[in-house]
Design a protein around this ligand. Structure first.
Ligand code: HAM
Length: 418
């Protein structure tokens, strides 16, 4: 019987895991520079946490892995809803300083057609800040994401930004879109029929119809923004200018999820080989989620980065990932030495060193080869004769010097050569 990873999933082998650990360290460092704290929510939630009333997104309608009686639970397709559910469940709005700042890292699950940069299990780093609606905070959130992308050596990026305006602006726009598309419904795909009913804005984001002239010539959201929404958006742009962050206003950017209000943004890779899945991170402001889950009226703002995409781009841009840490000691044996290598390795580890003993009794030459491959700083040769005198041979691989060392001096000798 042989098995492979399910479609859209992948193993991360040790060599790759090292890259992940390097990235995760950077994520945590940068998040902490902005005073965000980690939050961990379950990998599955009640389906209703994601499938909120009237949701028109593909993610909710087509891509969720639901299970249990009547699909009552769902593997999380994204992090935001779970964080807000948790914020409300624990009434954190009553105890935390506002804005409350959270970050999370972990797997998400979407039943999509797998392709380069698009998996069924993928990993997001995301941030959410809740309880302050301020254009400067929107800009600062974008800056955090850019810091992360830059920390991985990625330079070829473009910041696309738009506003969906407040409820009144979006309502006016949706009505205009409905009036515009209704006479042409036959030209739209089946999904867009549903979208026309539920949320016409979604038609602009349709993977099938977005190239149609009909869609390209649709009314522009910018023409339906009220004064308040315009002023808010200007504030975000000014704050980005103040930090020297360049951006492009893309008034067709509506994002694939339903909860956004006001600012939305995506940071994309401009490398030609990134292809269709060029979005490194995306996010925006949401005015109603906290209330939806039973909390007070509070606005939130966040984004999520696809870490697989980020790592792939870092590799292409020539970022150097750290090497595997060398061992402090690799112990090889000569003759009948019983459990001495085990005991020595154990003693070195107790002292905080990284040590491995070769138990194979293979030829000295072959054991030396293994030691070389392990990139050990010291090779310790435990020989039958030496052991009788309570000594071992120690080779410093950096200097090439080999010498006899009394067992009781071994630790201080190795520590002295750190
Ligand atoms: P999203 O745009 O659905 O937003 O996903 C954010 C990022 O996750 C994408 O830009 C992409 O890098 C990565 N991603 C999404 N789907 C896949 C996939 N199938 N395979 C690989 N990577 C993928 C959200 O999830 C929102 N929760 C972001 C947010 C946070 N908005 C406000 N707060």
């Amino acid at each position: 019987m042989s098995y492979q990873t399910p479609r859209g999933t992948y193993d991360i082998l040790p060599e790759e895991v090292r890259k992940w650990q390097d990235l995760e360290q950077k994520l945590r460092d940068i998040a902490s520079r902005y005073d965000y704290e980690e939050i961990r929510t379950p990998y599955f939630e009640d389906t209703g946490v994601f499938a909120r009333k009237g949701d028109s997104s593909d993610m909710v309608n087509k891509e969720m892995y639901s299970f249990g009686d009547n699909g009552s639970f769902t593997l999380r397709p994204e992090g935001t809803a779970g964080v807000i559910r948790s914020f409300d469940q624990h009434k954190l709005y009553g105890s935390m300083e506002m804005p409350a700042r959270f970050y999370y890292v972990g797997p998400m699950f979407r039943h999509e057609r797998p392709q380069k940069g698009r998996q069924r299990q993928f990993t997001q780093f995301g941030v959410e800040n809740i309880g302050l609606k301020d254009p400067q905070l929107d800009a600062e959130t974008i800056a955090l994401g850019i810091d992360i992308v830059r920390s991985m050596g990625i330079r070829s990026i473009k910041v696309c930004i738009n506003t969906l305006g407040d409820d009144a602006s979006r309502k006016a726009y949706n009505e205009a879109l409905r009036a515009y598309f209704a006479p042409h419904i036959d030209e739209l795909c089946g999904d867009c029929h549903r979208r026309l009913e539920q949320n016409p804005l979604r038609i602009l984001d349709c993977k099938v119809d977005h190239e149609l002239d009909l869609v390209k010539n649709a009314p522009r959201l910018a023409d339906y923004l009220n004064e308040e929404s315009r002023t808010y958006f200007d504030g975000v742009l000014k704050a980005l200018d103040a930090m020297g962050i360049e951006y492009e206003i893309d008034d067709r950017l509506v994002r694939g999820l339903d909860y956004y209000t006001h600012t939305v943004f995506e940071v994309i890779s401009t490398r030609p080989e990134s292809g269709a899945q060029a979005t490194i991170f995306g996010g925006g402001r949401y005015d109603h989620l906290v209330e939806y889950f039973g909390g007070p009226e509070m606005s939130g703002m966040g984004f999520a980065i696809g870490l697989e995409r980020l790592l792939a781009l870092a590799g292409e841009d020539g970022y150097t990932f750290p090497e595997k840490q060398p061992l402090d000691a690799y112990i090889i044996t000569l003759g009948e030495v019983g459990a001495a290598p085990l005991a020595i390795a154990s003693r070195l580890r107790q002292a905080g060193m990284r040590a491995v003993a070769n138990f194979t009794k293979r030829s000295l030459k072959s054991q030396f080869k293994s030691a070389d491959r392990a990139h050990a700083k010291h090779i310790i040769i435990v020989g039958e004769e030496e052991l009788k005198n309570n000594t071992v041979n120690v080779k410093n691989t950096g200097t090439g010097v080999q010498e006899t060392v009394a067992l009781e001096q071994l630790l201080s000798k190795l520590q002295g050569e750190e």
